[in-house]
Design a protein around this ligand. Structure first.
Ligand SMILES: *Cc1c(COP(=O)(O)O)cnc(C)c1O
Length: 389
């Protein structure tokens, strides 16, 4: 009888033939990135301004379907500024899933605000709207038009959902909760460029959304991020405070507030312009990969490939397996896969278990902690020549 890791290993090796080490996710570059980067270098405009930044921002806004995009140095900076312009202040609480990458909470901490962790749903791997509503009924009270956490006395200012591995959360239900309790929605859409909820692109539902173009994301600029919003004034303000709050003038240095040097260099934006042109190709290639994994894993007992909800279109950024806890130990499976050269990964340690966030307010997190023991990500790099399936 074969064991689970042998089944997974065989399946992955069948798909990524001829590679002795199979990474989790690699960037896909070709001549287009070379062409734009070369042009950028030859122009001399590699740093803080240049035509590629403007072009990339326009392409992003068009793609996401929002009025404006502001390109910045990374996704964490995008989240930091998104939360700031959404009005999050020191000592506010912001509700977020415990099952997310640490950057979601770090960005909030830069504002001296406090994460408030809630549970996720098995269907989306993102915030569970029903459990969220129950939790707020239990711990919240309304005061002067704000929602206040009765247990801490702090204002709960915003809701920060995250679309795990590209799978959209239940946005309609979450927007209802926001409306009911006067919460601002800020979307951590770092993983969901190319993902749609009921036909509309993620990141465009909240007041603001944050994207990431880190090396492992669906498109990459080396490092990078963007703030997306329909609010032109907020976008202008985001641009201003990510570019040191410098007042427009031909030579003088006037800055009207303490601000940030978070702008994306032109050379990175040149890569972004090439990558976003190829995004539709990446998306269909990811979908083809999902289809291959799905048919192969159908035969394997105790392993479920995580699939999109019928009303969503996921970018399938990272392929996700749910292991049957009764049958398999996650860490043993990972150890064996690594010994085979397959760079599989567990899902993140829930943030309430991390030292800096251990004392934060939280709801019941039973689903989060159960999923933590069951989820692994397997190699997900788009396959070449597979985009027309
Ligand atoms: C990647 C990521 C970020 C941060 O992006 P960086 O560009 O790495 O700073 C934030 N949140 C989530 C959920 C991410 O996956």
């Amino acid at each position: 009888m074969s064991t689970i890791w042998q089944d997974i290993s065989q399946t992955v090796k069948e798909i990524y033939r001829g590679q002795s080490i199979i990474p989790l996710h690699e960037p896909t570059f070709d001549t287009l990135e070379l062409e734009y980067a070369t042009d950028c270098i030859q122009s001399g405009w590699v740093s803080s301004v240049g035509k590629y930044v403007d072009q990339f921002e326009q392409k992003l806004a068009d793609y996401v379907g929002v009025r404006r995009a502001v390109a910045v140095v990374n996704g964490t900076a995008a989240l930091h500024i998104s939360l700031k312009i959404a009005g999050v202040q020191a000592n506010d609480e912001v509700i977020m899933p415990a099952l997310t990458f640490v950057a979601t909470a770090n960005a909030l901490s830069y504002l001296q605000a406090v994460p408030h962790f809630v549970d996720v749903s098995k269907d989306t791997l993102g915030i569970d709207p029903q459990k969220l509503a129950e939790h707020i009924r239990e711990i919240g009270e309304r005061k002067d038009g704000c929602l206040v956490n009765k247990q801490t006395g702090r204002v709960i200012r915003a809701l920060l959902p995250m679309h795990t591995f590209g799978h959209p959360v239940e946005l309609d239900a979450l927007l209802d909760v926001c409306q009911q309790y006067n919460l601002v929605m800020v979307e951590d859409a770092a993983e969901s460029l190319g993902s749609y909820y009921k036909g509309k692109h993620t990141g465009g539902f909240g007041l603001v959304g944050a994207l990431s173009f880190n090396g492992n994301k669906i498109i990459t600029t080396g490092g990078g991020g963007a703030i997306v919003t329909d609010d032109v004034q907020l976008a202008d303000y985001a641009k201003h405070i990510t570019t040191t709050a410098k007042m427009p003038h031909r030579w003088e240095y006037q800055h009207d507030e303490v601000a940030f040097n978070y702008r994306m260099p032109n050379i990175n934006a040149a890569l972004g312009c090439a990558q976003i042109e190829k995004l539709p190709e990446f998306l269909s290639s990811k979908r083809a990969l999902t289809e291959k994994y799905r048919s192969l894993f159908q035969k394997v007992e105790g392993v479920d490939l995580f699939l999109e909800q019928p009303h969503n279109s996921s970018n399938y950024w990272l392929q996700t397996l749910l292991l049957d806890e009764q049958l398999y130990d996650r860490d043993k499976v990972l150890e064996q896969l690594h010994a085979e050269g397959i760079m599989a990964r567990p899902i993140w340690t829930p943030l309430d278990e991390l030292v800096p966030y251990a004392d934060c307010p939280k709801a019941d997190l039973s689903v989060t902690h159960q999923l933590k023991r069951r989820i692994i990500n397997i190699p997900s790099t788009p396959l070449k020549g597979d985009s027309n399936v």
